[in-house]
Design a binder for this molecule. Structure first.
Ligand SMILES: [Zn+2]
Length: 479
């Protein structure tokens, strides 16, 4: 979970500033085909009230239809060679073309994580680099439970589904998109509130922390599971998300548990162990925050995805990935983490070791689209660093920002940094002012997206955006 103090965050309705020039540089540059002109035949029967006319040759126009008084002194529609024109503008697009230089062996781009955390953990729980964590299940259909829990002194509202149905749909859709269809979440919703035995005061949790360090967190988890187990069939359920009554005030941030938490591992339901859980707190009831992105973020950790940067301090990547901030401007999963999760197939990753080639032109398919082609370029620059290039588009998983986030994102992966550190850093064009969102909580950062005609230099690699429409065409080069 990312929990920044609210002073650091501003809802942009009052603040948003537009970056000069960005709107202009987004204008499509490829000349569209001329508008298609279609002839439209018009057949109109004059209204009955227009049946007779007084003077032959007399004309009148009613509702854009021109009539003339005929020899028989009746109104007739004027037929002219003139036709109505309707223009259909075709959306400009570029065609996909394969990279102009062959890619290197994909293994060259599987940068090995090398830091004290990784060395200490062996098969790292939350790796930032390779080798992959292969323990957590990341493919196939998984069942997620949603169970509403209420209390003797706080009864749940009758129509709780209206609060969560859309959130559950968004979550399932997010995993389908990010995993390229490999990971499918099916929800099982318990239809009624499960009553816990104690008053809300006995479950009071302020700051979100590891389950094992929060006594009330343990009590809430155990009581929720004990009572739910009597009413709910947990068979095949991988994670359980508890829902609290609307307007609750005893759980401030959130409470969650992971496969490595002793209390989670040790709770065995009648159907077996449930590997993780989450409970969104009051923090997520604020306008501009949502449950789905919190659920994704926490479950992301349960499936071995690392947290990018600190969860309580700002970092430059925090608006760019759901694993940095569940409330960020873009709640996408970066190409690097998709690659690490095994969701981005090797054929979508172009590994460009510049041992031989000096320059290459590549067409990038935007990260969330399904058409075939390259989605990410990795340029290894040392044993512990790689430049990563991908194509982003605003989607239903993004916030509204003053400048459109449709273009190329370049960042550097640093394998000497671990989970909770800034192992991904964006390389933007510079000279841009910080912006915040119109419709959600998003920390203010300069827009790092690179538009057509712009270029950046990252670790000695120059990335230039040649075209940016339905896809992005880039040139990468190294001296
Ligand atoms: Zn986190």
């Amino acid at each position: 979970m990312c929990l920044l103090c609210e002073a650091a965050i501003t809802i942009a309705a009052t603040v948003g500033s537009v970056i000069p020039g960005i709107a202009a540089s987004e204008t499509p540059s490829i000349t569209e085909r001329p508008p298609v002109v279609a002839a439209a035949a018009t057949t109109v029967t004059p209204a009955v009230s227009m049946g007779k006319c007084a003077r032959v040759g007399q004309t009148r126009t009613v509702e854009r239809v021109r009539y003339v008084c005929s020899k028989s002194k009746r109104w007739k529609v004027v037929k002219t060679a003139e036709t109505t024109t309707a223009s259909v503008t075709l959306r400009p697009s570029i065609a996909y073309s394969p990279p102009t230089q062959p890619g290197s062996n994909i293994a060259t781009c599987m940068i090995r994580e090398q830091n004290a955390n990784r060395a200490g953990m062996g098969l790292s729980t939350l790796p930032t680099g390779f080798p992959r964590n292969t323990i957590a299940k990341k493919e196939g259909v998984v069942k997620w439970a949603l169970i509403p829990i209420d209390f003797p002194d706080l009864t749940g509202e009758p129509n709780f589904r209206s609060r969560v149905d859309n959130q559950m749909d968004l979550l399932s859709e997010w995993f389908a998109v990010a995993s390229e269809g490999k990971f499918k979440v099916e929800w099982i919703v318990h239809p009624s509130w499960v009553r816990l035995p104690s008053q809300t005061a006995d479950y009071q949790i302020g700051r979100s922390d590891n389950l094992n360090r929060v006594p009330n967190g343990l009590k809430l988890w155990r009581d929720a599971m004990t009572q739910s187990d009597k009413a709910f069939n947990f068979s095949g359920v991988q994670t359980v998300n508890f829902l609290l009554p609307n307007g609750q005030n005893f759980l401030q941030e959130g409470s969650q548990g992971f496969p490595w938490d002793e209390a989670v591992r040790n709770f065995v339901t009648e159907e077996g162990v449930v590997e993780s859980f989450s409970i969104p707190g009051k923090f997520f009831d604020q306008p501009g925050r949502q449950y789905w992105s919190y659920w994704v973020h926490e479950f992301g950790h349960a499936m071995a995805l690392p947290h990018i940067g600190s969860s309580r301090e700002e970092n430059p990547y925090m608006g760019l990935d759901i694993m940095s901030n569940q409330d960020g401007e873009s709640r996408d999963l970066s190409g690097w983490l998709r690659f690490l999760a095994g969701w981005l197939p090797d054929e979508r990753v172009h590994c460009q070791d510049f041992g031989v080639a000096k320059s290459s032109e590549i067409t990038l398919i935007p990260l969330n689209e399904s058409v075939s082609g390259i989605k990410m370029v990795v340029v290894p620059v040392s044993d512990t660093k790689a430049v990563v290039i991908e194509s982003r588009r605003e989607s239903k998983f993004s916030c509204s920002m003053p400048s459109k986030r449709n273009g190329v994102l370049v960042y550097v992966y640093d394998a000497t940094l671990s989970h909770g550190e800034d192992f991904l850093k964006p390389i933007g064009p510079g000279g841009r002012v910080p912006e915040s969102s119109y419709n959600c909580f998003a920390a203010r950062f300069p827009n790092p997206i690179i538009y057509r005609g712009e270029k950046v230099v990252a670790e000695g690699v120059t990335i230039e955006v040649l075209e940016s429409l339905n896809m992005d065409k880039i040139r990468i080069s190294r001296e």
